[in-house]
Structure formats: structure tokens, C-alpha cells
Design a protein around this ligand. Structure first.
Ligand code: T5A
Length: 213
């Protein structure tokens, strides 16, 4: 695979979407790379339908936790097979808003499923697609929720409505996950201004991939 896969991770409102968008623009316009950006759950027609199911109990029937975990992985399998794998093979870089570590943090540390079992399900879903770099944007749970409460619609989705302890567990879980793979993870202080966070991220990318821009 010639392209690079850069994934963004973190709790609610950490700034992943904002930073993924800015990074993509910079990689395309200033570095001159072929780059696509996408998100999880979603990113393919099937994935976007799964996203609706996951976020809003679309069927009218509450999802059980097992179904939730498998649906995130089903969306991931579709995305890896149909979009990310072919893009990387074609030399395109991929900037991805959430990936496998979200399942470990949310369904593992948050919901309480066995993390190693989830790693196996992730591996089944992703095949040979693995991140080259994962940027964990770290902010406190309180700060993240304060940001999303100021968002235009003010509506919380199904997972955002989970109790504070759930979000605290997954916040701490992310730090554990990152500690286990220090060569893949970089932790960025998300409490800074968006501009400063982006500057830190660009410096990380420059040094990690030897870019001279
Ligand atoms: N999920 C997902 C699982 O449970 N398991 C899985 O395997 C996967 C893949 C996805 C949900 O699904 C869960 C996790 C999620 O609950 P989503 O809508 O994609 O749903 O949710 P998030 O990814 O969490 O998106 P958010 O919008 O909540 O957070 P972001 O993307 O981290 O934050 P962003 O960039 O949208 O910013 C939020 C607000 O803060 C402002 C922005 O302008 C925006 O208003 N902001 C800042 N304000 C001050 N300073 C900064 N540095 C700021 N950066 C951004």
C-alpha cells in the first residue's frame, strides 16, 4: 500500500472533525498530495445507513450493546473494502475521522466488552488496512460536552446521551490504548485553540512522514 492512513480519535467534541478537515486541506493544497477524507460510522452508502441506525435508533427498536458493536464494525468493513483499501493501493492518503480505536474505547472501555475480543472483530473488519498514524485529541469530558452543547442543533445523539461515567471510562480507555502502541499514537492537547492544535498536528505529520513543507 503506497498511500498513508491517518486516523483521528478522541471523545465527544474533541475537535476531530475540525482538525481532519484542516489537515486534509493542507495536505492537498500545500503538500500537493492526493488525499481523501471520510468518517466512521459512515463513508459509504451502506455505512451512512448504518450510521443512522446507530445514532438515532432508526428502527424504533433500542439497539442492544452487541448489535451496536457489530454495526460499527460492519460499517468499517464496508469502508475498508470499498474505499480505504483501494485508495491506499492507488497511492492516495486517507484522513479518517474515527476508526478501530473508537470501538475499543466506546464499546470496550465504555460498554464493558472484552477489549481483546473487540480487537479480533476489528481485525476481521479491516483486513490489511491499518493506520500509519493515529492522532488522539485529548480534552476533558466536561470541555467536550461544553463544546457540543454550543453546536447549532443542540441535539444529542444516542451515544452522546450516555451517562457521564461512560464518557469518563472511554476517555481514560483511550489513554490506555495509546500507551500500548506508542509508535502508532500521538496525543495532542485539544484544549488549545483550533489553530494551535492544527499547527501541532502538521508538525507531527512533517516529522513522521519526512515532509519538507
Ligand atoms: N462510535 C464511533 C462508537 O461508539 N464506536 C465506534 O467504533 C465508532 C466509529 C460518532 C459516534 O459514534 C461513536 C462515537 C460517537 O459518539 P459523530 O457525530 O461522528 O458520532 O461524533 P464525534 O466523532 O464525537 O463528533 P463530534 O462533532 O461530537 O466531535 P468532534 O468531531 O471531535 O468535534 P468537532 O470538530 O465537530 O468540534 C465540536 C465543536 O467544538 C468546536 C467546533 O467548532 C464544534 O462546534 N471546536 C472547538 N472549540 C474550541 N477550541 C477548539 N480547539 C475546538 N475545536 C473544535
Amino acid at each position: 500500500m503506497n498511500g498513508k492512513l491517518i486516523t483521528f480519535e478522541g471523545g465527544e467534541g474533541a475537535g476531530k472533525t475540525t482538525q481532519a478537515r484542516e489537515l486534509t486541506k493542507w495536505l492537498q493544497e500545500s503538500v500537493g498530495l492526493k488525499v481523501i477524507t471520510t468518517r466512521e460510522p459512515g463513508g459509504t452508502p451502506t455505512g451512512e445507513v448504518i450510521r443512522q441506525l446507530l445514532q438515532h435508533d432508526l428502527s424504533g427498536e433500542p439497539l442492544c450493546d452487541e448489535t451496536e458493536a457489530l454495526l460499527f464494525c460492519a460499517s468499517r468493513a464496508q469502508l475498508c473494502k470499498n474505499l480505504i483499501g483501494p485508495a491506499l493501493k492507488d497511492g492516495t492518503w486517507v484522513v479518517l475521522d474515527r476508526f478501530t480505536d473508537s470501538t475499543l474505547a466506546y464499546q470496550g472501555y465504555g460498554r464493558g466488552f472484552n477489549v481483546d475480543q473487540l480487537r479480533n472483530i476489528n481485525d476481521f473488519a479491516t483486513g490489511e488496512v491499518k493506520p500509519d498514524l493515529t492522532i488522539l485529541i485529548e480534552i476533558s469530558v466536561e470541555e467536550g460536552f461544553s463544546r457540543i452543547s454550543k453546536r447549532g442543533d443542540g441535539v444529542k445523539d444516542r451515544i452522546e446521551q450516555a451517562p457521564l461515567e461512560f464518557h469518563t471510562r472511554l476517555h481514560d480507555g483511550y489513554l490506555e490504548i495509546a500507551k500500548r502502541e506508542p509508535e502508532r499514537f500521538v496525543i495532542v492537547d485539544g484544549s488549545q485553540s483550533s489553530e494551535k492544535v492544527q499547527e501541532d498536528i502538521r508538525n507531527i505529520i512533517r516529522s513522521r512522514f519526512g515532509l519538507e513543507v
